[in-house]
Design a protein around this ligand. Sequence first.
Ligand code: ATP
Ligand code: MG
Length: 393
Amino acid sequence: MIYRALLIKYAEIGIKGQNRYVFEDALCDKVRERLKAVADGFTCVREQGRIFVSCPEEYDFDEAIAAIRTIFGVWAICPAAVIEDASWDNLTQKVGDFIEAVYPERKFSFKVEARRADKKYPIQSPEICSNMGGYLLERFPELTVDVHDPDVKVQVEIRTNAYVFTQTIPGPGGMPVGANGRAMLLLSGGIDSPVAGYMIAKRGVAIDATYFHAPPYTSEQAKQKVVDLAKLISVYTGPIRLHVVNFTDVQLAIIDKCPRDELTIIMRRYMMRIAEHFAKECKSLGLVTGESIGQVASQTMQSLAATNAVCSLPVYRPLIAFDKQDIVDIALRINTYETSIEPYEDCCTIFVAKHPVTKPIIGVIERSEKKLEGTIEALVEEAIRTVEVINIG
Ligand code: ATP
Ligand code: MG
């Protein structure tokens, strides 16, 4: 394998002041952990605003890159060849060998960029660039130089070893998970909420999740689907404590006592109340949902206001202004879509009214909920008491 090093660049951590080193170390640990699953023999060190990965002789390159591309905070990955003896003749020879191996058809314009982290190196960066350019032109006469808009940037970095690379593979961006606290995701089996979890985690927020099921009206497969989705997003978000709440009795009480057209809104308000309980238990700083304005009756601005009204923690809605197709595109990219469209029932949809309110008035909803007083408290308590917590990832 020609690429015996991976230079990993990260971006926004730079602004985090004091905590910077903590996050850089966390990122380095994450790279180490992910690559361990690919092969033995990778070593990772943090150095001057980069992570340097030294790679074993044999490994699956695509798998290694894919693994690193799941790590939020990674801005770019540059696969590089390592040149242990950076003396000039050897350096030029090895950079030439690299170009020869990576580009069998050498019909491109190029420019050399040099970075001399080892200031003791006898040749300064501008000279490295021009002399290396001259060497490459001589060895490969079919190449041309274009310093303004080259097809290929031949980048040479001189540290203890020298590195040569030409490729910059974009990472997922964002910030390292955990850098910005923790939140509780309301995770259903749908398309939207797994994407919402992915997106909040991309901003450095660690997540736990709460799923409401209603056995026997919802099946074991529906629950398994949510477990599967949590596993899929945990590749990006890291470990998730998935709280599976039996919501049947609360739901039946609402159906029994409240107007049918308000059912969804009242149910959503109880979901938020219960999720908030677990959020506080998990030291979460907010709730996260997959809602987007106007997508369905329960997501009009009036409905969102009615759902919000019962929460004391902030509710984050990463998809609030997204069109469905945009959400589907992300779901496809992060590999949750196929699982999300499995046809198992959701507890929200089984008792849904034909004509749900689309402009609920909070006072009216509160009055309807009054009819639950005396019954609902014990049912909510029981739902909380009997929660099943599944550790994912
Ligand atoms: P999704 O695709 O995420 O299920 P949706 O378009 O089906 O969303 P709703 O069913 O109105 O919309 O749900 C809105 C949000 O409420 C979801 O994104 C999710 O965060 C939360 N939610 C809905 N049902 C459940 C459930 N059974 N358990 C946990 N959270 C839920
Ligand atoms: Mg849903």
